[in-house]
Design a protein around this ligand. Sequence first.
Ligand code: COA
Length: 256
Amino acid sequence: MPELVLVERDDPIAVVLLNRPKQLNALSDELMDELVGELQRLDRDEAIRCIVLGGSDRAFAAGADIGELAQSSAIELYYARRIERWDAIRGLWTPLVAAVSGYCLGGGCELAMSCDLIVASESARFGQPETSLGIIPGAGGTQRLTRAVGKALAMDVILSGRLLSADEALAAGLVARVVAREAWLEEAKRLAHDIAAKGPVATRLAKEAVDRAYESTLQLGLEYERRALYLAFASEDAKEGLTAFGEKRKPSFRGR
Ligand code: COA
């Protein structure tokens, strides 16, 4: 059996690619298990400071595996706690960059939105077409898309099944960067290397603070940010970064 998830290390980054090309990387149960396992393994590895998650040229992922869904009962899905697995992705400490080329639909779009940021090829197409199947997004689509792009566009995408182009997704705030068709993976890796070069303690705290902005009130977020800054200040990395600037040299961060 070919691996459903390919992992390539280029310390301090790792690249994880979904590998069910014939099914446009539809997120089968087995694929999700492998993916979460690999991401958690890399997350525990201190040498890895940023992870890129991608698919293929043709598809990041065309959604949950419809064949599997068609054969499952509601109670089976409920007991299998399949969607709960997605919380593990949100819980990763290591920054996760989604590299999206081609179709990014349904669960694929939800997976990309679970990452910290999205780099999209000009060819990328984002959508939540679940209502065409008589179901609705269930892994955060109605919530994360609405927060990312606002109610008007989220309603349009979710109710009409319309796909957003990369440029529309950029203008709406769903993706961070749009890059040339052939450059999606290289650009995502370059960005990951930039992220990985920063102070790891600060990066983690900054990522959590931005998540607070996304997930809680302004007041709670501001309080979190202030405490996170004090914590960052207490790190050896902060001492190193501030000293290196004065000494006009590149900092050497140890993640301590
Ligand atoms: N689950 C399972 N298999 C899927 C899939 C999914 N979400 N999306 C695509 N596939 C499979 C197709 O069944 C097809 O398999 P086959 O060659 O054995 O028939 C293969 O991937 C290629 O897809 P195909 O539809 O032939 O490609 P296309 O270029 O004509 O269309 C899409 C691409 C993405 C528009 C179309 O596949 C599609 O609409 N997929 C479903 C998207 C969706 O509703 N996602 C939400 C799921 S909850």
